[in-house]
Each structure stands twice: as C-alpha cells, then as structure tokens.
Design a protein around this ligand. Sequence first.
Ligand code: F6P
Length: 363
Amino acid sequence: MSVKKILVATSGGDCPGLNAVLRAFVKSATNQPGWEVWGSRQSFSGLLNIPQELVRLNRQAVSGIHVKGGTIIGTTKESGPFNWPVRGADGKIEYVDRSDDMVRICRYADFAAIVNIGGDGSQRMSLALHKKGLPVIGIPKTIDNDLAATDVTFGFQSAVDVATEAVDRLVSTAESHNRIQILEVMGKNSGWIALHAAIAGGAEVCLIPEIPYDIAKIKDFLLRRFDGGKRFAVIVVAEGAMPIGGGPLGEKTHANLSVKLSGAAERFANELAAADFEGIRCTILGHVQRGGTPVSTDRLLGSQYGVRAFEMVQAGDFGKMVSFRNGVMTAVPLEEATAAIKTVAPGSYLVHVAKSINICFGD
Ligand code: F6P
C-alpha cells in the first residue's frame, strides 16, 4: 500500500490547546492504515530551511502532550513562505516571497495534505497557499477568539481563566488599599478576553476596542461609586481599547507587518490621573495568557478540531478551515474564514449582561 504523507504546521503566536489538536490529528490519522504525519518546525520554516527540520509525528511523539502548553513543533511569527527574511548586501533584513519554493518542495515531497493551525494571519497564508494549488486545510487557533467563521477558538478559554484569576487577585488588593487597579489584557482588535474576564471576575469598568470610551463618563461612574462608600475599582482594559476620537496604540513589528498593540492601560491611567484620581496601579498581563496548560474545554475543543481536520483530509475537503458552529464541527471556505475578524457587537446580549451588572464601558 502506498503511504500518503500529511504536513502539519503550527503558525503565528502559540496558544493553549495546540498540542491537544496535534495529538488528536495524529492519533486519528495513524489509526488508519497508509497515513504518515510530518510536522514542520517553527511553522513552515522547517520545510523551507536548509537542512529541513521536519519531525515525524507518530503516536509515540504525541503521547500525553494534550496537557502541555505551547506547541511541540514550535511556531513563529517572524518568517513564512510569503515573507522570508534574507540579509541584503547592506546587512539589512529584507523579506522575499518563497511561496513558489514551498509549492515545489511540497509537490516533490508528495504531501497529500497540508494542515496549518493558526489565527487570522496564518489562515490568510493558508488561503494564499491553497490558491497556489496546495491541498491546504486550516484549523483556527487564537486566544483572541477573533476568527469570524467559528464560534470559538481553542485557547480562548484558557486565556480568559488566567485573566479572570488576575481580576480576582486585583480585587482583593484594590479593596485593601482603596486603589484603582487597571489590568491590560490581550485580544488585539477585539475585546473578547476583556469582556469575559470583566464579567467573570466582577470588574467595575471594562474598556474594549468595539466601544470607544469617554473618560468623563468613567470619571462620573467612579465618583458615584466612591461616594457610595466603595473607594476602590478594578478596570479591565483590552490592549486595543481607545478613547472616543482616538485609536489603538502599538507599533508595526517584523515580517508580517502586524501591529503589536501596547500602551492602552498606561494611556488610560494617565487620563485618570489627569482627572484627579489617585492610587492608580497598572498590571500588563501579557504572555501569561498564552502560556501554560490548557483548560479542559480547550483540550476538548482542540481534540475535536484535530479529529475533524483529519476527516477533511480523508474526504479531500481542501481550501477550508475547520469551524465550530452551534455546537457542531463543520468546515468553511478559507475565503469566508478570513474575510473579517469577529469583534464584540456593542448591542450583543453579553454587553447587555455586563451593563446590567453595572460594568461601565465609558459609553
Ligand atoms: O494573537 C495573539 C496575541 O497574543 C495577541 O493577543 C497579542 O496582541 C499578540 O498575539 C502578541 O504577540 P507577540 O507574541 O508577538 O508578542
């Protein structure tokens, strides 16, 4: 029997649950005769590097990895087939398109399928590779939960749990000192992590990119709260949050020219200080939201994504991304999956719930 080879890569930022996806995919593939799975280290760099860094993923390689954070095959945001770093004659790094190389290498190696586990940028790469003729399947991954064609991405719940624990911890110290504790959480241009953690942790204020804030309204809200006898507050700020008339803060980084957001909490702290508030402290939660062992729901979701992705490989259902919709694992065209990011609708029920329990958004 001829063996069919599958290439798997984890791309973009890491995320709790990646290893659960790899394990489920490899187990279901190797349960069938005639399939071989290969992992490309650090996204597709392992395929394109000389010498290549490909790792055989068999049952032994994935045994017990579902509880581990990160990804056993590594990932990167710094290089990809469409933006491969090379040092020019002047010593500066330039980025070149090596996607044709990648197509040639995959055809020569005779990969029957290429599975790319990644977020919005990585799935745009999946689509572009598919358009070049490669048999690509995407699996949605991001703590940000901002992929439009799927109800939820694995990694999100783990990040929310870390952020919620941070809110819980900040509440007790804020109360002891009568302070304003500001917590900046990740999420890029969406406020999902902030909103979920603010509700679950019981924050007083939640600032998200989808609802630009008016500092005067937050000032009134806090003064009313302080006058009522509660002289402390915990404020969750999404890294993409912005005042009315302002924009998100950040700077362009490396190859994919994505914007790395930072500074939202500090800007807001300065605005509060300028409005005569005292005792303000800032915590930037950062990458602890991405690291560590995945919570059980992310392991469960990741396992479902992995199994479904192999079913798609078997069916030859390429050019699609696995998607979890209304409790069902399905598949959507990569075009649809990458058309827009999923943001929090200001009129959604969850925002209504937050407002009903007196969380102020500054609107
Ligand atoms: O997309 C995941 C994410 O963690 C975002 O929430 C955050 O803005 C970004 O990645 C951080 O990127 P980096 O790992 O490059 O610091």
